[in-house]
Design a protein around this ligand. Structure first.
Ligand SMILES: Nc1ncnc2c1ncn2[C@@H]1O[C@H](COP(=O)(O)OP(=O)(O)OP(=O)(O)O)[C@@H](O)[C@H]1O
Length: 344
């Protein structure tokens, strides 16, 4: 590691709002407990938007849920730490202390949150439930804050609080999800697939709003998505997951322009919004592994990798810094070829 690289890494660590180290998460399967996330390490630097991308099943939601220590049993975090600024290691928290952190420090908007509101209660009633669950004394203040956030997101706050789920469009429900995630003044916002199931116009509107609220509230934001196009539009930083591993990360624009892992290159090549050409955008051949099929030895991507070598079957590549603020887990020499629709 050069001095510059070392310095950049130390600076990133110093300014991290969230630091994940050596995180392994297991789920119970017919074949015993198997890892959905393996030895993952990632920093969310203060004030940045990080995009976490990968195909379905790569472990993105599992990593994101871990930040709230919210892995459903019998799944469990088996090792690692998750330091959140001002909170400490979330993996050590339980009970009341953990509930407090969820909402007050970390706000989570669930996948398909468009459908996660209670259909039988107005948004305002659900806000009261949230306040009570968190022992909020100043309910008026809570309502004021919710209206303020709703207004910030281009909605009529008073009207939204009086509405039932079915009276709101998909994009509005997604925004209400963000209001509820932030109303207790969380500093970290985690959005799981915020644009899935929305039409293109609503997608663009939601991304605009995420950007705006992120800036105005001074948040640190993690956006989980399978869509490289979303990342290219919104993220400052980018982390790519495959088979439960982070295989590449760095500044988003830099990674998109100079992907250094063959999986990242293939994901970009398959995204017409980035290649700019539906003709050259090529679907990634093969299928991503699940918990039971992910290779236990060697590189998890080798079976789909155009650069696979003998060593890839034997030794798992580590996520290492290869250029300032850039990491990749690959045995092949790093190339700086710009991504095209030509695959890896
Ligand atoms: N509760 C669970 N029990 C057992 N296996 C699970 C559980 N939740 C997820 N998995 C498995 O863990 C792996 C990672 O799933 P995860 O949902 O984190 O991936 P993802 O990248 O977020 O994909 P998606 O976008 O489809 O949610 C998958 O193989 C999935 O089948």
């Amino acid at each position: 590691m050069t001095d510059t690289v070392q310095l950049t890494a130390e600076r990133a660590e110093a300014a991290a709002e969230v630091s994940v180290r050596d995180l392994t998460v297991l789920y119970r399967t017919d074949q015993g407990e198997l890892p959905a996330v393996s030895n993952a390490g990632i920093d969310l630097p203060s004030g940045t938007i990080t995009g976490l991308v990968g195909e379905s099943g790569s472990g993105k939601s599992t990593l994101a849920l871990s930040l709230m220590n919210a892995i459903p049993t019998p799944g469990r975090i088996s090792s690692g730490s998750i330091q959140v600024n001002g909170v400490g290691d979330v993996t050590k928290l339980e009970g009341r202390a953990l509930r407090r952190v969820r909402g007050r420090a970390l706000g989570y908007v669930f996948q398909a949150s468009q459908n996660s509101l209670n259909p039988l209660k107005t948004v305002g009633k659900q806000l009261m439930d949230l306040g009570r669950a968190h022992d909020v004394q100043d309910m008026r203040g809570l309502v004021r804050r919710a209206k303020e956030l709703a207004d910030e997101m281009g909605m009529d706050g008073a009207r939204v609080l009086d509405s039932y789920q079915h009276e709101l469009s998909g994009g509005m429900r997604q925004r209400v999800g963000i209001v509820l995630a932030l109303v207790l003044n969380a500093r970290v916002l985690i959005l799981d697939e915020p644009t899935t199931a929305l039409d293109m116009l609503s997608q663009a509107a939601v991304l605009d709003i995420v950007r705006k609220v992120h800036r105005q509230e001074g948040l640190t934001t993690l956006v989980v998505t399978h869509d490289m196009g979303v990342v290219s539009e919104i993220a400052d930083r980018l982390a790519v997951m495959y088979g439960g591993r982070i295989v590449e990360d760095g500044p988003a624009m830099d990674v998109l322009q100079r992907p250094a892992h063959p999986y990242t290159r293939a994901l970009i090549g398959a995204t017409a919004r980035i290649t700019g050409d539906t003709e050259t955008a090529r679907a990634l051949p093969g299928r991503p592994p699940d918990l039971t099929t992910v290779p236990r030895v060697g590189c998890v991507f080798r079976e789909r990798c155009p650069l696979a070598m003998d060593v890839c079957a034997e030794t798992e590549p580590q996520l290492l810094t290869w250029a300032p603020d850039r990491r990749r887990a690959c045995h092949a020499e790093p190339t700086t070829t710009a991504a095209t629709g030509e695959g890896a």
